[in-house]
Design a protein around this ligand. Structure first.
Ligand code: NIG
Ligand code: FE
Length: 411
């Protein structure tokens, strides 16, 4: 038993029965309990409440005077299995070359794929574990990880096997997404259909038979896959019971949203460019809009996702890091929170709901994670002494995390 007492504020306390994403006014409200205790038994939250009814003792006691306790982050969109960073492309962009131009010349995702194809499963695992540990130290308790830097049968399977091994090596809860349709390899440029057929007829059956993926993703974009191609791939995924979480509307609005809702996507991710009609579609299908503000920040893209308009239309907004070597080399959810407040004009409360509960819903782990409730897994962040909740996203770049507790283990 671990007892945390004298907690200045317990953030995100919600009834365990609630299982739907927060939208509209609900997203703007953050339930808080002040001057509280919380009790952990094994890997679960056993009890919490006001200090007046705090239990007298426990095996381990933590005095949280002046500190806040909140649920660990649920980072529902990452690409953390990769071979190497791409800082040379960062320098090219400073000199004026665009992300799309770099990709068109065989850089970008194809650059990462070439490097990953030459690495062994265990080399990739070593790098990925380090990134998961870094995420955990920054308060992440659950993350979705995508393939998509393999782009051959062998290397896509290699990535998904790394993700499967990660699942058993860490306290961080992990979901795997198959993103074979991340880019068309150069050798398939003149015969795109053959690459799509490789995804559908060779990769998917093995991935499904070995149960290597929880979701399917497609990069639906002018520089990647068309709407018709996206639909074919999602259709094939559906036959194996893989629900979509898709990359769309990063640079162009071209029908990706329509395709995503048609195949029952849990979330549509990026949305830097999004029109009114598309927002209405999302609202009508109760699809989560996952915004990744560090990607346009890092690419210095003037387009930012219309978070306020989405929330005004009662569309649930989740926030994630998109951690990847090309467009978002940061695994920091606290930084995403600050950027969401600064650039997307989300309030601290809306942001926290997006980073925890709605992130949990975007990877379907909300029965166990995403809020503080009795019986949920004890995935928690204990802050250093802080003046208020709003101080947390305000103090960007400051490490205000004192400890993370995952599955009842203190780190
Ligand atoms: O989410 N947009 C597509 N995929 C990644 C970037 C991948 C890369 O450049 O390596 C993203 O931004
Ligand atoms: Fe991404």
């Amino acid at each position: 038993m671990i007892l945390i007492k004298n907690i200045k504020a317990l953030l995100q306390v919600r009834p365990a029965l609630n299982a739907t994403p927060l939208a509209g006014l609900e997203q703007s409200f953050l339930p808080i309990l002040e001057n509280a205790f919380l009790l952990i038994e094994k890997d679960r939250i056993a009890d919490f409440g006001e200090m007046s009814r705090c239990p007298l003792r426990a095996d381990v006691e933590i005095d949280a005077f002046g500190r806040m306790l909140l649920p660990a982050w649920c980072d529902s969109h990452t690409h953390i299995v990769y071979a190497a960073a791409r800082e040379e492309e960062f320098v090219q962009r400073i000199q004026g070359v665009s992300y799309e131009m770099i990709a068109a010349k065989g850089g970008g995702i194809l650059n990462s794929a070439r490097r990953l194809q030459n690495k062994s499963e265990s080399e990739l695992l070593t790098g990925a574990i380090q990134r998961v540990e870094e995420a955990r130290a920054l308060g992440t308790g659950a993350m979705e990880i995508k393939s998509g830097y393999g782009l051959t049968l062998e290397s896509e399977l290699k990535m998904l096997r790394v993700i499967r091994r990660l699942k058993s090596l860490t306290d961080v809860t992990i979901k795997a997404t198959f993103l074979g349709a991340h880019a068309v390899p150069l050798e398939y440029k003149q015969r795109r259909n053959e690459y799509i057929s490789l995804i559908i007829n060779k990769m998917l059956p093995i991935i499904a038979a070995e149960n290597l993926a929880d979701y399917i993703d497609v990069f639906c974009e002018k520089m990647a896959f068309s709407v018709a191609e996206t639909e074919n791939i999602l259709e094939a995924g559906a036959k194996y019971g893989l629900k979509p979480k898709i990359h769309t509307n990063q640079f162009n609005s071209m029908g990706g949203i329509e395709a995503a809702v048609k195949y029952g996507a849990i979330s549509v991710d990026h949305l830097e460019v999004l029109n009114e009609k598309e927002m209405i579609l999302l609202r009508n299908h109760k699809t989560i809009a996952t915004l990744l503000p560090t990607a346009p920040f890092f690419l210095n893209d003037v387009h930012t996702p219309p978070a306020r308009q989405l929330m005004n239309k009662s569309i649930p907004v989740a926030l994630a890091t998109d951690c990847n070597p090309g467009t978002s080399p940061s695994i920091s959810m606290p930084f995403v929170w600050s950027l969401a407040c600064i650039r997307l004009r989300m309030t601290p409360e809306e942001g926290l709901n997006a980073l925890t509960w709605n992130g949990a819903c975007a990877m379907e782990v909300q029965n166990d994670l995403g809020c503080i409730a009795k019986g949920k897994i004890a995935n928690l962040i204990l802050t250093k002494p802080v003046p208020s909740m709003a101080y947390l996203p305000y103090a960007f770049g400051t490490n205000w995390i004192e400890k993370t507790i995952l599955k009842g283990n203190i780190h």
